[in-house]
Design a protein around this ligand. Structure first.
Ligand code: ACO
Length: 323
C-alpha cells in the first residue's frame, strides 16, 4: 500500500470586473488584434478596490471545500501560492485561515511567481506522503493588477487577477501509475535569470514596484524548459506523453502553450486553455484551469494530467497527477 495525495475538491473565483483588450486601446499604443495575436489573451478580470488576494483566495477555498464535501475543520493545513499577498506579513494564508473560521492546523504562503502553484502542490504532496498532514487546501491567488505599470504596453495587457484552490487528501494507492493522486513532481530554478522577469520594488526598498519583463527572452526559455520538466516528471511516473489525457499548462501565452504541446507531441485537443479569458494570473492560473477544465466536462476522474509552469526566478516545474 502506498500513500497518495489525491485531489478531492476544486474551485475558483474571479473578480467581477472583466476588462476586454479594447479598453487598453484608449490609453496605450496597442490594439486588440496585437494582444490577441501575440498572446491569445482577449480579456482578464481585475479585482475591485479593497478586494485583496486573501479575499479572492477565500472564495476559491470555499468553492473547493464545497466540491470536496468537507468542512474547514477537516483541513490540516493551508498552503497559498502568491507573489501579491495583502501585506508584507502576516501571510495571506493565515488571513484565509481566519476568514474560513479555521482555528486548527497551520497556514503559510509560498512564493515562486508563476511556478508558485506547482511548488505549493509539490510541498503539500510531500507533507501528505510524510504523514504530517491528511488534508491540505492548496490555493493559488493573485492580484497582479496591483503591480502593473499602466504605461508599459509590453506588460500591463498580459496579466489578470483570480484564484483557484484544490483539496488534496491522503488516500491509499497500490504504488502504480494507475493510482489516483500525484504520481511525480519536478521543480527547478535558475537565479541567474533574475533580470528577465522581476518587480523593481520590495520591502527593503520601501516601495511596491512594478513588474518588469523581457518578454521575448522569457519566451525563449519557456517552451524548452516546460517541455523538458514535463518529460522529466512523466519519466519519474513511468509514463510518456502518449499516456497524457490533459496538459494543464500555466496560462501565460497561447503561443507558449501550443509550442510546449507540440514539443511534447500532444495535440491541442488534449490541452486545457483558459488564457483567452483570464490573461496571465501567475500562481492562480493552473488551479483556475483545473477548476474550469472540470466544470467544462473536460477533466474527468481517472484522467492523467500534467501541469507545468515557468515564471520569475526563473523558477519552473511540473506535476503528473491522476485526477
Ligand atoms: N501592443 C503593441 N505593440 C506592442 C505591445 C502591445 N501591447 N507590447 C509590445 N509591443 C511591441 C514591442 O514594443 C516591439 O516593438 P519593436 O519591434 O518596435 O521593438 C514588438 O511589439 C515586438 O515585441 P516582442 O516583445 O518581441 O513581442 P513578442 O512576440 O515576444 O510578444 C510577449 C511579447 C507577448 C510578452 C511574449 O514575449 C510573451 O508572452 N513572453 C513570455 C511571457 C511569460 O511567459 N512570462 C512568464 C510568466 S510571467 C511571471 O512569472 C510573472
Amino acid at each position: 500500500m502506498t500513500s497518495r495525495a489525491v485531489v478531492t475538491g476544486v474551485g475558483h473565483y474571479l473578480p467581477k470586473r472583466i476588462v476586454p483588450n479594447s479598453e487598453f486601446e484608449a490609453t496605450l499604443d496597442t490594439t486588440d488584434e496585437w494582444i490577441k495575436s501575440r498572446s491569445g489573451i482577449e480579456r482578464r478580470h481585475f479585482a475591485a478596490e479593497g478586494e485583496n488576494t486573501s479575499d479572492l483566495a477565500t472564495h476559491a477555498a470555499r468553492a473547493a471545500l464545497a466540491d470536496a464535501g468537507l468542512e474547514v475543520t477537516d483541513i490540516d493545513a493551508i498552503i497559498l501560492a502568491t507573489s501579491t499577498s495583502d501585506l508584507t506579513f502576516p501571510s495571506a494564508a493565515t488571513m484565509v485561515q481566519a476568514s474560513l473560521g479555521m482555528t486548527n492546523g497551520f497556514a503559510f504562503d509560498i512564493q515562486a511567481v508563476c511556478a508558485g502553484f506547482v511548488y505549493a502542490l509539490s510541498t503539500a504532496n510531500s507533507m501528505i506522503l510524510s504523514g504530517q498532514c491528511r488534508r491540505v487546501l492548496v490555493i493559488g491567488a493573485e492580484t497582479f493588477s496591483r503591480i502593473m505599470d499602466w504605461s508599459d504596453r509590453s506588460t500591463c495587457v498580459l496579466f489578470g487577477d483570480g484564484a483557484g484552490a484544490l483539496v488534496l487528501e491522503s488516500q491509499d494507492g497500490d504504488g502504480t501509475s494507475k493510482d489516483r493522486g500525484i504520481l511525480a513532481t519536478d521543480l527547478n530554478s535558475d537565479g541567474r535569470h533574475k533580470d528577465l522577469l522581476y518587480v523593481d520594488g520590495g520591502i527593503s526598498t520601501q516601495t511596491t514596484g512594478y513588474l518588469r519583463m523581457q518578454g521575448n527572452q522569457v519566451f525563449r526559455h519557456a517552451v524548452e524548459k516546460l517541455a523538458s520538466t514535463a518529460e522529466t516528471s512523466l519519466e519519474r511516473a513511468g509514463l510518456t506523453a502518449d499516456d497524457v489525457d490533459w496538459i494543464v499548462p500555466h496560462q501565460a501565452n497561447i503561443r507558449i502553450i501550443k509550442g510546449t504541446a507540440k514539443k511534447m507531441g500532444v495535440g491541442m485537443d488534449r490541452v486545457i486553455v483558459t488564457v483567452q479569458d483570464h490573461g496571465n494570473t501567475s500562481a492562480a492560473s493552473i488551479p483556475l484551469a483545473l477548476s474550469i477544465g472540470k466544470a467544462r466536462g473536460q477533466i474527468k476522474q481517472g484522467d492523467l494530467l500534467v501541469t507545468e509552469a515557468i515564471g520569475g526566478g526563473l523558477a519552473w516545474g511540473s506535476i503528473v497527477l491522476r485526477w
